[in-house]
Design a protein around this ligand. Structure first.
Ligand code: FAD
Length: 146
C-alpha cells in the first residue's frame, strides 16, 4: 500500500483553548489508531508542528480536514512525500509540548535559542521531530526500567 508522509506547521488560534487542545488529542488518538495514521504533534500555546504518515488517501483526507479546522491558521506545508517506511510507526500520534523539552534536548535536536517552526525547512523539521520523539522514547524506556 502506498504511504505518504506530510509535515506542516500552523499557528494556534484563540479558539484553541485547553479544552479544545485536549479534544484534538483525544480525537486524534481514536481516529489515527483506527485509520492507520502514525506521527507526531509538537505544540506550544502559539504553534503546531505535525507529521502525519499513513495510506496516501487517508493522509490526504485527514489533511483536508485539518486545513479547515478553525483551531489553527496559517497552515504551511513543509513536506509531502511518498514513502515506503514510517518514521513514527510506534506512535498513533506522539504528543509533545515545547515545555516538555529542556534546553539541552532542544540543542541536541539541533535548535538552540528562540524556536520558530515557521523558519524550518523540510529536512530540518523532519530531523527535529525524529530527534525529539527519539528522546521522548528513551525517557519513557528509562522510566520503565526504574
Ligand atoms: P468528530 O468526532 O466529528 O469531532 C471531534 C470533536 O472535535 C468534536 O467534539 C467537535 O466538536 C470537535 N471539532 C471537530 N472539528 C472542529 C473544528 N473545526 N473546530 C472546533 N472543534 C472541532 N484529527 C485526527 O483525526 N487526527 C489527527 O492527527 C489530527 N491532528 C490535528 C492537528 C491539529 C493541529 C488540529 C487543529 C486538528 C487535528 N485533528 C486531527 C482534528 C481534525 O481537524 C478534525 O477535527 C478531526 O479529524 C475530525 O474527526 P471526527 O470527524 O472523528 O471528529
Amino acid at each position: 500500500m502506498a504511504l505518504a508522509r506530510l509535515i506542516y506547521v500552523s499557528r494556534m488560534t484563540e479558539e484553541c483553548d485547553m479544552e479544545s487542545l485536549q479534544r484534538i488529542l483525544t480525537v486524534s488518538r481514536r481516529n489515527n489508531l483506527a485509520k492507520g495514521i502514525t506521527g507526531v504533534l509538537f505544540y506550544d500555546p502559539k504553534f503546531f508542528l505535525q507529521c502525519l504518515e499513513g495510506p496516501v488517501e487517508v493522509v490526504n483526507e485527514l489533511y483536508a480536514n485539518i486545513l479547515r479546522d478553525g483551531r489553527h491558521t496559517r497552515v504551511t506545508l513543509l513536506e509531502y512525500h511518498d514513502t515506503d517506511r514510517r518514521l513514527f510507526g510506534n506512535w498513533a500520534m506522539a504528543f509533545l509540548r515545547l515545555n516538555d523539552l529542556t534546553p539541552e534536548m532542544m540543542a541536541q535536536a539541533g535548535c538552540s535559542g528562540r524556536f520558530d517552526p515557521f523558519t524550518l525547512g523540510s529536512e530540518e523539521a523532519r530531523g527535529f521531530l525524529i530527534a525529539i520523539v527519539g528522546q521522548r522514547q528513551a525517557q519513557l524506556e528509562s522510566q520503565k526500567e526504574k
